[in-house]
Design a protein around this ligand. Sequence first.
Ligand SMILES: [Zn+2]
Length: 366
Amino acid sequence: MSGTSERRITDLPTLIEALAPEDRAAAGRLFDVVATTGRLDPPEAMRAWIERSFGSVEAVTEQRIVKVTNRATLEGSLFNGLRASRPLDTGVSVDLEREIEATIGDPFCHPENGTPADVFGRLRGEHSITASNVAKYDGFHGVVIFDDHNPLHLTPEKVSDYISVGLEWCHKVLAADPEARYPFLMWNCLWRAGGSIIHGHAQVTVTRGTHYPKVERLRRAAASYRVESGSDYFDDLYRVHDSLGLGIPAEGDVRAFASLVPIKEKELVVIGDSPRDGALHRTVGALLRDYVQALGVRAFNVAFYMPPLVPVDEDWSDFPTVVHLVDRGSPANRTSDIGAMELYAASVVASDPFRVADLLRRGSPG
Ligand SMILES: [Zn+2]
C-alpha cells in the first residue's frame, strides 16, 4: 500500500469508512472505535511552556482521542493525537552501550559454570545454549542464553537459532514429563522490559493442566468469534490491519502488522502457521533488528502464543502461532510505562501504529 504515511490513528473512523465493503464489514465485526475530544483552558502563565512543549496552544486546548476495542478479545487502547504526534525517538544511547559492556563477565558469559543445567542436560544451538532457571516461574523453566553478551547485537539468523533452541527445549521437557504440554517462549530485553540480567537471553516454560490464562483466553475468543461470525478470527484480524495499511512485509505465508490495540508502544503481531516455521522465526528476527535499528527500540518484550506440543482435550486446530513484540520505552526513563490504566482499564499508547508500520516497511537503514 502506498501513501500511507499521512494516515493517522486519530483518523481511524474515517479510514474504516473508506474501506472496501468486505474489509469494512470485517472491521465492524472486530473493532469498536470511539473518537472524542478533550478540552482545557490554560492560564496565561502556562502558554509559553505549552508552546515550547507542544508547538502551539491550540494543540492542547483541543485534543482528539480515539479508543479502539477488539470486540472479540476485549483488548483495548486509547490513542491521543497530541501524544501520538510527538516524534519517535530513534537515537542511540552511548551510555547504554557502556552500561551493557560494563557487565561483561557475568555468569551468562560462562554458562557451563555460571548456570545450572536442566535434569535432561543442556541444548546447544549455533548461537546459544540452554540453562535451567534458578528461581522458576513454573515446574519447567529454562533460559536460552545467547553467545552474544549484548542483547541488541541481534540478527535474523541469531534470533532464529534462539527460537529453535527454545522450542527444542520444550520438546525435551515433554519427553521428560508427558503432562507438560503447554509451551511458552518469551524474551525480556533489558531492565525496563523485566529483564534482570543484561546478557542476552530468552526464557521458555512448559506448563501442565491448561495453557496460561492469557493464551487460553485468546483460544476461547477466537473459537467464539468463529461460532458467532462464521469467519476465522485470525484471518479477519490480519485482513482489517492489512486493508488499513498496517501490514508489514513478512517471509512466506507469515503475516505481520502493527496492532490497532497495542498493549503498549509500537506493538507488532506476527502470525505463523506453526511454531517451528523457519520463515516465522526469521520474520521475528528481522522485525526485532528493524525495531532496534530503524525505530531505536532498546527495551522490548517478545512472547510466543503456541498451541500445545501434543493434542489435548480442548480444540486447538484453528490456533496459529501468534508472536507479540512490544517496546517498553527508553532505558533512560525512570517512569514506568505501565500504570493503573494499563493494569486495570485500557492501554494508553503514544506511538501511532500507522507510523510504526510505515517506518518498518521502509526497513532498517543499516
Ligand atoms: Zn555476559
